[in-house]
Write a protein that binds this ligand. Structure first.
Ligand SMILES: [Zn+2]
Length: 707
C-alpha cells in the first residue's frame, strides 16, 4: 500500500456510496459462430473480434489465450503442473484436446498469421502452446480499434478438468481464441505497459477484459443448449441441426453446454417476492446504503439437470435464489437477467464446480437424492460458491492468475456467510455428525501449511495443496478474523464499497487494503502485512496458570529500634485465622505465549471459583494485570500487546480456576484452539477441550496427507 495515497484517502470526508456502474468499458467484443460435431468431439468456429486500445499509447501486437492447448499433450504446463489429475479427477487415456487457429486476418484482409508465435511468459516451457502472440503490421493507435476475423478448429478434451466432453455431454469452456488484457503503465501497479497473458495453469483460470458477446452455436436438433447470456434466437437447419444465438454485454468470457439428456427447469428470482421489506431494511442499515441502492432485480434461472437428479431440482433452485439474493443484497445487485446452471453428467464431474459469466456448473450425485445423505449440503454449497464468482471474478475482474485470493478466497468467505444465513451454521448433518463450513476451513489450518504468502501467483505456491489452502480457507479465516477486529458492520461496508468501486474493473490486493482502511477509518496495513503479505502462524496459548494463597509475611521488618521479627509460627497462625474467616487472598500467575509470529489484538478471560469472571485486554504495558486485585476491570485502553509472551500476575479474593486467551474465538486464524485455555489445577476437565484437540489432530492429519 502506498502510505501517502492512504493518508490522502483517510483525509476525505466519509465515503458516500459508489453507485454501481451500469456498463463496463467494452474492450474486447466477440461475434462467434461455432458448430459442434458430437461424434468427432470437435468444434469448427469463426470469430469477429473487435479490440479497443484504451491506453494512451499505440499497441503493436495482440496476445491471445489458446487455452484448449493445455490439453494438447503431456508436455503442456497445465499437464505437468497437474500431473494429469485435478481435484481428484484423472486425465483419461486418449482424452487429449487442442485448438488450431487456421486463419487470422485484419478486417481489411491483411494476414496476421505470418509473424505469430507461441510464448511462455510464466515458465519458459517451450512445449506449452496456450499463449499466442500476434504482431501487427501497424500498431493500434491510442484510443483506436482493430477488428479481426479468426477461424479455428478445436478438438475437445475428454472431461477431467473444467472443460470437454463425456459421451454426449459437452461443457465447452475456455474454447475460443481469446484476447489477453493490455495493461498500460500504472494499471494494477505495473511500471511499464504490456500484455498480461498467463499460460494455462493447473490452479488458475481467469483474467480478461469486458466486452460484448454474440455467439451462434450449431448442434444437433435434439441437443439442449445452455450458455452465457440470453438466447435471442433459435432456428432449425435443414441438416437436423439447430442454431442457437446467445448474447450478453459486459462480461469477460463465454461458455456453453450441450447434451440431449439435460432436463431444463426454469424459475425466476423476484426482487419483490424473494426479499422481504424487513430484509431490505436490515441490509440497507448494515451496509450503509439507501433502500433504493439495495433493491434487487429479477433473474431468470435456467437449470440444466441430469434426469437422475430431478429429485434435487428444488435444492438447486433454492440455493441459486439464496445466492442471487444475499450476494446481491450485501455487495450490489446482480445486473444480468439470466443465470444458467449446468449439472454435469455422471462421469464428467471434472467439469463441475466451474464459473463463467452468467453460467455456472454445479455437481451432485444420486446418492444425495435420499435420506440421510440429502442432509449433505454439497450441491447447495457448490451452486452458491460458483454463483459467487460472478461477484469476485466476473464482475470484479481481479487477476486470478496472480492474486487468486481476491477471487477464490473472497468467494469462500462470502459463500460461508450465505450458507450460514440460509442453511444455518452447518454443512453436513448426518449420522449424528455436524460440521459447518467454518469447521471445514479450520480443519485445514495448520502449522504444516504456513510456508506461503496468501498473495502469490497461483503456480507459485509450495504445493497444490497450499494453493488451495491459501486461496480458499486461509483467506476466509483471515477475513473472518478481520471482521472480528474491525467489526462486522465495518467489514460489510468495506466489502460492499470494494465491490461497487471495482465492479467491471481490475483491482489488486492493494486496492482492497486501501478500501478497508478507508472504510474502517484507520490504517490496517499492519494487519494485511502480517496475514496476506507474509507467511505467518497465529497461535496464541495459555501455557501455564497458577493460583496460590498469599502467605503472611515473615522475617525481620522495620529498621533500628523498631525492627521486629515475625516468626514462621506467627505467620502461619495468622494464615489460619484468615482462612477461618475466608479472608485470605490468592496470587495467580498466567503465562500467555505466542507460538507464531502473527500478533493481533486479543484478550484474556479469567474464571474464578464461584463463577465470577473478568476479561482483560492484553496490552503492551508490562505487568498490566498486577493492580487488578479482585475483579476490578483491567485497563480499558493501551497499545495491543506485541511481544511473544506475557506474564500476568494478579491478586484476587477468589481462587483463579482457569484462563482463556481469545475467549470469544475472534481470531479464526489461530491454528490451534486447543491450547487457548488452561486450568490452574491438574486438568480434571480435559474433556471440555476434547473437541478442540480432535480438531487440532485432524488438522495435522489433513496437512500431512496433503489434502
Ligand atoms: Zn471457486
Amino acid at each position: 500500500m502506498r502510505r501517502l495515497a492512504l493518508l490522502a484517502s483517510l483525509a476525505l470526508a466519509p465515503a458516500a456510496a459508489d453507485p454501481l456502474p451500469a456498463h463496463a468499458s467494452r474492450v474486447a467484443d466477440y461475434d462467434v459462430r461455432v458448430k459442434l460435431d458430437p461424434d468427432a468431439k470437435t468444434l469448427a468456429g469463426s470469430e469477429h473480434v473487435t479490440w479497443r486500445n484504451l491506453a494512451t499509447e499505440p499497441v503493436g501486437e495482440l496476445w491471445f489465450h489458446l487455452y484448449l492447448n493445455a490439453f494438447k499433450n503431456s508436455e503442456s504446463t497445465f499437464f505437468k503442473e497437474s500431473g494429469g489429475q485435478l481435484r481428484g479427477d484423472l486425465m483419461p487415456d486418449e482424452g487429449w484436446g487442442f485448438i488450431d487457429v487456421t486463419s487470422i486476418r485484419r478486417k481489411d484482409g491483411v494476414d496476421l498469421a505470418g509473424g505469430a508465435r507461441f510464448e511462455q511468459p510464466d515458465d519458459g516451457n517451450a512445449a506449452d502452446r496456450t499463449v499466442w502472440r500476434v504482431p501487427l503490421p501497424e500498431p493500434v493507435p491510442a484510443g483506436g480499434t482493430i477488428e479481426l476475423d479468426v477461424e479455428f478448429t478445436a478438438k475437445l478434451p475428454r472431461v477431467f478438468a473444467r472443460t470437454g466432453y463425456f459421451r454426449d455431454y459437452f461443457l465447452v469452456g475456455q474454447w475460443f481464441p481469446k484476447l489477453a488484457v493490455f495493461e498500460p503503465a500504472g494499471a494494477r501497479g505495473r511500471a511499464t505497459s504490456g500484455w498480461n497473458c498467463h499460460q494455462f495453469h493447473a490452479n488458475s483460470e481467469f483474467y480478461a477484459d469486458f466486452g460484448s458477446y454474440r455467439v451462434e452455436i450449431t448442434a444437433p436438433k435434439s441437443y439442449v443448449i445452455g450458455a452465457t447470456g440470453t438466447r435471442s434466437e433459435r432456428r432449425d437447419n435443414p441438416d437436423s441441426t439447430s442454431t442457437h444465438v446467445f448474447e450478453r454485454d459486459d462480461v469477460i468470457d463465454f461458455a456453453w453446454a450441450a447434451s440431449p439428456r439435460f432436463v431444463e427447469v426454469t424459475a425466476r428470482f423476484s426482487g419483490q417476492q424473494d426479499v422481504s421489506e424487513q430484509e431490505y431494511a436490515e441490509v440497507a442499515a448494515l451496509v450503509g446504503r439507501s433502500r433504493e441502492e439495495v433493491q434487487l432485480t429479477d433473474v431468470d434461472i435456467h437449470l440444466l439437470l441430469q434426469p437422475e437428479h430431478l429429485a434435487q431440482r428444488d435444492r438447486h433452485l433454492r440455493a441459486a435464489k439464496a445466492a442471487i439474493k444475499w450476494f446481491g443484497l450485501w455487495y450490489g445487485r446482480y445486473p444480468y437477467p439470466t443465470l444458467t446452471i449446468v449439472d454435469p453428467a455422471f462421469g464428467a464431474g471434472g467439469s463441475g464446480g466451474m464459473e463463467y459469466p452468467t453460467f455456472i456448473t454445479a455437481g451432485t450425485s444420486v446418492l444425495l437424492n435420499r435420506w440421510p445423505l440429502d442432509r449433505v449440503l454439497a450441491p447447495e454449497e457448490v451452486v452458491v460458491h460458483e454463483f459467487g464468482h460472478q461477484y469476485w471474478q466476473s464482475m470484479v475482474a481481479s487477476n486470478e492468475f496472480e492474486e487468486s485470493w481476491l477471487d477464490e478466497g473472497f468467494n469462500s468467505y462470502s459463500t460461508g456467510r450465505v450458507m450460514d444465513k440460509v442453511y444455518g451454521e452447518w454443512m453436513i448433518e448426518a449420522f449424528g455428525l455436524r460440521l459447518g463450513g467454518l469447521e471445514l476451513s479450520r480443519l485445514q489450518n495448520s502449522v504444516e501449511r504456513m510456508f506461503d504468502r496468501i498473495r502469490t501467483p497461483a503456480w507459485g505456491y509450495s504445493s497444490g495443496s497450499n494453493y488451495g489452502f491459501n486461496s480458499y480457507a486461509r483467506t476466509e479465516l483471515t477475513l473472518l478474523t478481520l471482521g472480528a477486529l474491525v467489526g462486522e458492520e465495518t467489514l460489510a461496508r468495506a466489502m460492499r464499497t470494494y465491490h461497487e468501486r471495482f465492479r467491471f474493473r481490475h483491482p489488486t490486493s492493494d486496492d482492497f487494503y486501501a478500501v478497508v482502511s478507508e472504510v474502517a477509518g484507520r490504517d490496517l496495513s499492519g494487519f494485511f502485512a502480517q496475514t496476506t503479505e507474509r507467511p505467518g502462524i497465529l497461535d496464541d496459548e495459555v501455557s501455564s496458570v497458577r493460583s496460590e494463597k498469599v502467605d503472611e509475611p515473615q522475617g525481620f521488618f522495620g529498621e533500628g529500634e523498631g525492627k521486629k521479627n515475625v516468626t514462621g509460627k506467627e505467620a502461619h497462625e495468622k494464615e489460619k485465622q484468615a482462612d477461618a474467616a475466608s479472608g485470605r487472598r490468592w496470587r495467580s500467575t498466567v503465562m500467555v505465549r505466542r507460538r507464531g509470529e502473527v500478533t493481533l489484538p486479543t484478550s484474556l478471560r479469567l474464571d474464578y471459583e464461584g463463577g465470577e469472571a473478568q476479561t482483560l485486554p492484553l496490552v503492551e504495558q508490562d505487568r498490566a494485570g498486577v493492580e487488578n486485585t479482585g475483579l476490578s476491570p483491567g485497563p480499558a485502553s493501551g497499545e495491543p500487546w506485541r511481544g511473544r509472551f506475557k506474564k500476568i500476575e494478579l491478586l484476587s479474593a477468589r481462587r483463579l480456576v482457569s484462563a482463556t486467551v481469545d475467549p470469544e474465538d475472534r481470531l479464526k486464524l489461530d491454528v490451534n484452539a486447543a491450547n487457548n485455555s488452561r486450568r490452574a489445577e491438574p486438568d480434571t476437565a480435559a474433556a471440555n477441550r476434547w473437541g478442540a484437540r480432535l480438531v487440532f489432530w485432524l488438522q495435522q492429519l489433513l496437512a500431512l496427507s496433503g489434502l
